[in-house]
Write a protein of this length. Structure first.
Length: 242
């Protein structure tokens, strides 16, 4: 599925990332938070079902926040040599991108929105996701940055080193998005050493905790919700799929 904008039209950083909301009379996107850890295959099945229902018009949009047990996922561009040590289960994700890690202390947000009712532009959608993360980090006085050649959100250490704090991987079916973002709150960063995260060898990963911010997941969730609504429009609390 192609974007409506030329890939070379404008730099991602200069896109209007306050994403076009739905019509004023459209219902808000559901906002759900799962307690405990959700098995990856169960989450994937629930997403598949919800995306199909959104596309058919029988369910509303959903942002689903959760944590997974430790695992690795392989995107459609994953290279076998980037799986260094399969110490945790490895799942084919079906999303774009390469290998990534999910686990306790990391907030995963699966975003299922109807891009036909917003704007059918994948580049703008990815930039909007980055803007959401950057706004969330800003609330904790962290400067998150995007890169033209790397999807995700990065922070710069005092010495100048760059580290990734949030990953983005999406898939779109019938212009309904799924998969989404993962923000490192307080995960065990040593777990990332089993892969080359997102295929990038020259930069490391970090977390809010590693940056000196031992915030709770509940605090992060509250900020994520406010920042999401600034970029994508209103939400309403709903029951989590699992």
């Amino acid at each position: 599925m192609s974007s409506t904008a030329s890939p070379l039209a404008v730099p991602r950083a200069s896109l209007d990332t306050h994403f076009l909301p739905k019509a004023a009379d459209a219902p808000p996107a559901g906002w759900a938070v799962s307690e405990g850890r959700v098995a990856y295959p169960d989450a994937l099945a629930a997403m598949e079902a919800r995306v199909a229902a959104i596309a058919e018009g029988t369910a509303g949009e959903l942002v689903w926040l959760l944590e997974h047990p430790p695992l690795y996922t392989a995107g459609t561009s994953a290279r076998p040599e980037d799986l260094v040590d399969a110490r945790f289960p490895v799942f084919e994700a079906g999303r774009g991108g390469q290998f990534t890690y999910h686990g306790p202390g990391q907030r995963v947000a699966y975003v299922m929105v109807d891009l036909k009712r917003r704007e059918a532009d994948l580049r703008r959608y990815v930039s909007a996701l980055e803007s959401w993360i950057i706004a969330t980090l800003s609330a904790f006085n962290i400067t998150g940055e995007r890169r033209e050649d790397r999807v995700g959100v990065w922070v710069r250490r005092p010495g100048g080193d760059e580290e990734k704090i949030a990953a983005i991987g999406i898939r779109v079916r019938r212009w309904v998005s799924f998969h989404g973002i993962s923000l490192n709150v307080e995960p065990d960063l040593s777990h990332f050493s089993g892969i080359v995260p997102c295929g990038i060898r020259e930069h490391g990963v970090t977390s809010l905790s590693a940056l000196g911010l031992p915030v709770s997941m509940e605090e992060v969730d509250a900020v994520l919700k406010v920042a999401f609504e600034e970029v994508f429009g209103p939400t309403a609390r709903v029951e989590a799929p699992l």
